[in-house]
Each structure stands twice: as structure tokens, then as C-alpha cells.
Ligand binder design. Structure first.
Ligand SMILES: Cc1cc2nc3c(=O)[nH]c(=O)nc-3n(C[C@H](O)[C@H](O)[C@H](O)COP(=O)(O)O)c2cc1C
Length: 250
């Protein structure tokens, strides 16, 4: 498994090969073995293989090719629907219609998703997370019949890789690890931490492609702009409220 972790790369093109049912079941079971808040398992996974529903998901996920190409799309949701029903059927009054509960359930969903990703990779399958899940949650809710108290938080496409891309770079460990307490970054730290990334040929190509002076500008001006972030934040907050997670009154 450690080997699997160190070999991870996102796969964006897939063979048109189905995933064997037993393999998929094992992968999903691995998801359920993740840590979960209070062992409540307040998440659910929607397994989409149907062509028509995949087409709807493809539309929602900014028409990313792999959503149509990969045999399986997994949508991980923060889900208090099932747990609330269980409480109500057992004479218990659920208090999970607030933001904290949404966040708790999101953590559960994400931990399950990463277990699923690793188990899938250990079977020779490839995966790609879809950030478009949060951007387009309203369309995904519609396409997948998602009820109240459930919010999609991430998706993973899974399938057999068409080709294996090289490993992507990572920042040095010192960039993300602090000893005992948080040590804030000096200007020199920032220069040192990002030096290797900035020197990559891939970075140089990106600067030309995006007509930018620095790699940071590729992020701020093109990939993840303030305008988009504000727009999609408002959309997602509306969804969290509509799905019943913003009643923060006692
Ligand atoms: C939450 C999340 C959302 C992502 N969304 C997308 C996506 O919508 N499309 C895509 O092609 N890759 C997506 N990725 C993959 C990242 O781009 C990828 O993990 C990153 O570039 C590092 O590459 P690696 O996974 O090959 O190491 C996402 C990854 C995460 C964790």
C-alpha cells in the first residue's frame, strides 16, 4: 500500500474496460473502513455506470472527457439523511441541520474517498478527483436525485488507465511540516520552498502557454480566480443551505 501511495498519479484517460463487480465491491468496502466521526458514517457514495446519467454528470463536470470515458463515476456526499431517519425511527431527536454537521459529514466523505482511491490504485486502476463537484453541486444533485440533508462534496472517476503519466512534483517536506508549533514562512523560506517547482520545464511551458511572468499568476489570474471563487462559494453556500445545513439556531 505504501508503494501504491508513492506511485499515485492522477489518470485522465481511460480504456473502455469495465471494472469487475468483485473488484468494485472490494474498493467500496475499503472506503467504509476509513475513520468516521463517532462511527456514524455520515456520508454516502453514488456509483454511476449508466451512460445517460454519466452524460448528465459530464455536462455538470465542465464536460471533462474522462467523466464519459471512465466506466465508473463515484460521487461522495456529506449525508445526514440516513442517520436522521434512523434517529427519528428510534425516538431520538437529530440536531444535525447546522454547518458543523455538514463539515463533519464532509470530512467523513473525503476520508472514505481517499481510501477508495488508494484501494482502486492497488488494483491497477487509475483515478481522478473532480473539483467540479463543489462548483456544480446543484446540477449534480438534480442528475443523481439527491435528497435534503445530503450534499455532494467530491467525485472520483475510476477505470483502467490508457497511459500512465509521470509523477507530478511535490514541494519539499519542510513546506508542509512544522515542528511542534507553526513557524511562519519568511521571504527566504518561500523562495527556497518554491525554487525547484519554479525551475521545472513544465512551469516554463505553463508561463508561455498562459502568457504570465510567474507561476503564482497562472493560479491567481487563470486557474483559480477570485471572481470564480466568489461565484462558486455563493453557489455552494446556497446549496448547503437548501439541503438543510444552515439552521444554526438552537
Ligand atoms: C479535490 C480535488 C479536485 C480535483 N479536481 C480535478 C478536476 O476537476 N480535473 C482534473 O483533471 N484533476 C483534478 N484533480 C487532480 C489534481 O489536479 C491532481 O491531484 C494534482 O495536479 C496533482 O497531481 P497527481 O494527482 O497526479 O499527483 C483534483 C484533485 C483534488 C484533490
Amino acid at each position: 500500500m505504501i508503494d501504491t501511495i508513492f506511485k499515485h498519479r492522477t489518470i485522465r484517460s481511460y480504456k473502455s474496460l469495465a471494472i469487475e463487480d468483485e473488484v468494485l465491491e472490494k474498493i467500496l468496502k475499503a472506503g467504509t473502513r476509513a475513520s468516521t466521526t463517532g462511527n456514524m458514517q455520515v456520508y454516502s457514495v453514488i456509483v454511476t455506470k449508466d451512460k445517460e446519467i454519466k452524460e448528465k454528470l459530464w455536462q455538470a463536470h465542465f464536460k471533462q472527457n474522462m467523466v464519459k470515458q471512465a466506466p465508473v463515476i463515484l460521487t461522495f456526499c456529506a449525508d445526514f439523511n440516513r442517520f436522521n431517519k434512523w434517529c427519528e425511527q428510534r425516538k431520538a431527536k437529530p440536531g444535525y441541520d447546522n454547518f458543523l454537521s455538514f463539515y463533519t459529514a464532509s470530512i467523513d466523505a473525503l476520508l472514505a474517498a481517499q481510501n477508495v482511491a488508494l484501494e482502486a490504485e492497488s488494483h491497477g486502476l487509475g483515478i481522478c478527483y473532480l473539483g467540479t463537484t463543489t462548483y456544480m453541486a446543484a446540477d449534480i444533485i438534480k442528475a443523481l436525485n439527491i435528497p435534503k440533508s445530503v450534499v455532494p462534496v467530491t467525485s472520483i472517476v475510476i477505470g483502467y488507465p490508457q497511459d500512465i503519466p509521470p509523477l507530478t512534483d511535490r514541494l519539499p517536506l519542510e513546506a508542509v511540516v512544522h515542528a511542534d508549533v507553526y513557524t511562519d514562512y519568511s521571504e527566504e523560506d518561500i523562495d527556497r520552498i518554491y525554487k525547484d517547482k519554479e525551475a521545472l520545464q513544465q512551469t516554463k511551458d505553463l508561463l508561455i502557454e498562459n502568457e504570465k511572468e510567474t507561476l503564482s499568476q497562472v493560479f491567481t489570474d487563470n486557474r483559480y480566480t477570485k471572481k470564480d471563487n466568489v461565484f462558486f462559494s455563493k453557489e455552494y453556500l446556497k446549496i448547503i443551505e437548501r439541503q438543510g445545513f444552515m439552521n444554526n439556531e438552537l
